[in-house]
Design a protein around this ligand. Structure first.
Ligand SMILES: Nc1nc2c(ncn2[C@@H]2O[C@H](COP(=O)(O)OP(=O)(O)OP(=O)(O)O)[C@@H](O)[C@H]2O)c(=O)[nH]1
Length: 405
């Protein structure tokens, strides 16, 4: 693989094209809902972005209200995920030695998988936070904590939790874990229906594809059957993921868990979809650079290979940043505009992806903690870079609008 790092890795941000010129790569936010309001201007993308942002936020607000009413009236048939304001809060649960601490250490504290071999057992609730683009908060519940007891202060633990991640060790005897999982899931569904319940079927490394598939299906089936017996015929909205700290699967699963908690997700996805169709991007990911969690991607099918390449590229970016230093952040929690940065300009780079050089990875730093990584498709060659940069800068502006509010 040949890296095309040039002097432009830290080049100044591209100048937007003059608004009077028609730009074939410009984001055009055509929508059936707002077609009439957009038809008057075909080139004013920043204004269209404002409109889109507002429109999406209104939609989000309405659907959040609807979901709220729905979940209070009918606990077992919740459909939408509980997106809430504030930081995503994750609670790790599961049997002893299932890998709860390891997942947190690898993702949030950047331990290498081998360093997790001899972690001390967790005996008390250990909250941890990671400051990145968003502040991730996680905690691990010791296996034997009697949280269902009536005198236990459950609200202190569960009231602010966004998602519970049940870690199930696939390489161990897992029937007891399933029993505990069901107990916990029923308790959560009945007492805290707005918490997302996620199951990591963990330690998939070193197992045959056939065994992984059979075990995954077996666990899902058992959980669905047991929950149906407890009156949750729809499976309680529980999601299952195969994970291992030795590959990218744990990052991908964690990304999906986090995304469900982000109120800005629909807006980000919509913006990425528009960018992809305007710039012929095969796949676009918005990565939280430090944690390698992607906060959003476009609607095109996700291939693990694309994700792996983009994720590895984020590693490269982090390594380069470690060498040259991280730039300071403007204001807490708010995206910093290129012009308002105290020092330097956003980093950007290209890297060839296949031998022909037609497919390449485009990386653009949105701010110090957020990166846009795109797999560029055929027809979006590197010589159209200025136009692509221009569209990405529009996306950048729109993202700032989304996260300011
Ligand atoms: N093969 C494999 N081993 C893993 C994986 N994740 C964790 N482990 C190992 O599993 C063992 C237990 O991991 P921990 O993270 O300490 O498990 P825990 O659930 O936090 O354990 P307690 O705190 O005692 O409840 C360690 O030796 C890890 O290296 C994985 O994905 N694959």
């Amino acid at each position: 693989m040949r890296t095309l790092f040039g002097e432009n890795i830290l080049s100044p941000s591209p100048r937007p094209a003059p608004p009077s010129k028609t730009n074939p790569f410009e984001l055009s936010f055509q929508s059936s809902v707002g077609a009439s309001s957009l038809s008057s201007s075909s080139t004013s993308s920043p204004r269209q972005n404002d409109w889109l942002t507002q429109h999406i936020q209104n939609q989000q607000r309405l659907s959040a209200e609807a979901a709220n009413n729905h979940s209070t009236s009918n606990v077992s048939s919740r459909k939408s995920h509980a997106r809430r304001k504030g930081n995503p809060k994750l609670l790790f649960m599961g049997m002893r030695r299932s890998g709860k601490s390891s997942i947190q250490k690898v993702i949030f504290e950047k331990f290498s998988p081998a360093e997790t071999l001899y972690l001390d057992p967790t005996t008390r609730i250990e909250p941890a936070t990671m400051e990145s683009f968003i502040k991730f908060e996680s905690a691990e519940l010791p296996y034997n904590l009697p949280f269902t007891a009536p005198d236990f202060d459950r609200d202190a633990i569960f009231a602010s939790t966004g998602a519970i991640i049940w870690v199930l060790d696939m390489q161990d005897e897992y029937y007891h874990s399933i029993t505990k999982l069901i107990e916990t899931a029923v308790f959560v569904l009945e007492n805290y229906p707005r918490i997302n319940f996620e199951v990591f079927i963990h330690k998939t490394d070193g197992l045959s594809e056939e065994y992984k598939y059979d075990t995954f299906r077996d666990v899902r089936q058992r959980v669905a059957d047991e929950l149906a017996d407890h009156g949750h015929a729809d499976g309680g909205g529980i999601a299952f993921y195969q994970t291992s700290i030795f590959d990218h699967s744990v990052y991908e699963a964690m990304s999906k868990v986090i995304q469900k908690l982000l109120p800005q997700l629909p807006a980000m996805e919509s913006l990425l979809n528009k960018l992809c169709s305007a710039c012929r991007i095969q796949k676009a990911y918005l990565f939280d650079t430090i944690s390698k969690i992607y906060l959003a991607t476009d609607a095109s099918p996700t291939f693990l290979k694309d994700y792996e390449v983009c994720s590895d590229y984020v590693d490269v970016i982090v390594d380069i940043k470690q060498i040259y230093g991280w730039q300071t952040r403007g204001q807490d929690g708010v995206l910093v505009t290129d012009s308002s940065r105290e020092s330097g300009a956003p980093g950007e780079s290209l890297i060839t992806y296949d031998k022909s050089g037609n497919t390449y990875i485009y990386a653009r730093e949105i701010n110090d903690y957020l990166s846009l990584i795109c797999v560029m498709g055929q027809g979006s060659t590197a010589d159209k870079r200025v136009l692509i940069d221009y569209n990405v800068s529009i996306l950048n502006d729109a993202l700032q609008q989304v996260f300011k509010l």
